[in-house]
Design a protein around this ligand. Structure first.
Ligand SMILES: [Zn+2]
Length: 278
């Protein structure tokens, strides 16, 4: 079995035994960085939740937004500019989104989420800034979590902004098989998440910046660092003299400026770091 694994300045193909040894060494280095850090924070992306059964939106093979039906919705500004009418778009959105919504509702935190929650309790990790909308960090017990893409458990009316629980709205969709609309104004209801081409609310960016400005170490987990603003947050940490560690299944643009880069399973690496800390 071969796994591609790269570290700062080197990359190549290794045997599994070499990979194991290398992951152990990298985990020890990451544990040392965490121990030395006064204010470590974590930035998480879809890769943290794939072991909980939630598909990565952008992975080349299985990414949700690469599936034919969902492509229309992955275009920047999908809710504004498109050949489809709003009615057609909302029907398509719910057809695709309902399946994903069900997966998210049922998903359980995995070992990586649990380790991060333990680290917060033990004072090893200060906060998490996440691109994920699945609430798995909170389900695992983390409290200081900033969701820069919103969360999928809340829904809102696109016209009056009225808020709903997604669970209730999904029940309505299941019954009627039609995109649900608002009780007050009959506007369309959608999950309260930031879609492609939409902006993170400025209050959320401000909350994230409070953490970013204090951080002297950012552990980036399972993010391809393609989507703004998530890809810019670690850049700010670096510019202010902080260090970066990246654990992801693929390389990222920030690998070359990171202290340690591990391209391997996140849960596997997190378990090793946890062992090295204890
Ligand atoms: Zn409304």
């Amino acid at each position: 079995m071969f796994i591609r694994l790269s570290r700062k300045g080197e990359c190549g193909v290794m045997k599994d035994s070499e990979t194991k040894k290398s992951i152990k060494q990298d985990a020890a280095r990451i544990a040392a960085l965490l121990t030395d850090s006064d204010y470590p924070i974590c930035i998480t992306g879809a890769g943290v939740s794939t072991d909980s059964g939630i598909p990565d939106f952008r992975s080349p093979e299985t990414g949700l937004w690469n599936q034919e039906e969902a492509k229309e919705l992955s275009k920047p500004g999908a809710f504004r500019i498109s050949e489809l009418t709003l009615d057609e778009k909302m029907e398509l959105f719910w057809r695709v989104g309902y399946k994903l919504g069900k997966k998210i509702m049922k998903a359980k935190p995995n070992k990586a989420h649990k380790i991060l929650a333990d680290w917060e309790k033990d004072g090893i990790m200060k906060s998490i800034i996440t691109q994920n909308v699945d609430r798995l960090h909170q389900k695992a017990g983390s409290q200081n979590v900033i969701e820069i893409h919103g969360n999928a458990f809340e829904a809102k009316c696109m016209f009056c902004g009225g808020s709903y629980r997604l669970k209730d709205v999904m029940r309505r969709y299941k019954r009627k098989k039609r995109a649900p609309w608002c009780d007050v104004c009959a506007g369309f209801i959608r999950p309260n998440v930031v879609m492609f081409g939409e902006s993170t609310p400025s209050e959320t960016i401000q909350e994230a910046l409070v953490e970013i400005k204090q951080a002297d170490l950012a552990l980036v987990l399972g993010s391809s660092l393609i989507v703004y603003p998530a890809n810019y947050l670690p850049v700010i940490v670096r510019k202010r003299g902080g260090k970066l560690v990246i654990i992801n299944d693929q390389s990222t643009d920030l690998d070359k400026v990171s202290e340690v880069v591990v391209n391997a399973s996140i849960t596997r690496v997190m378990k090793e770091i946890n062992k090295a800390l204890n």
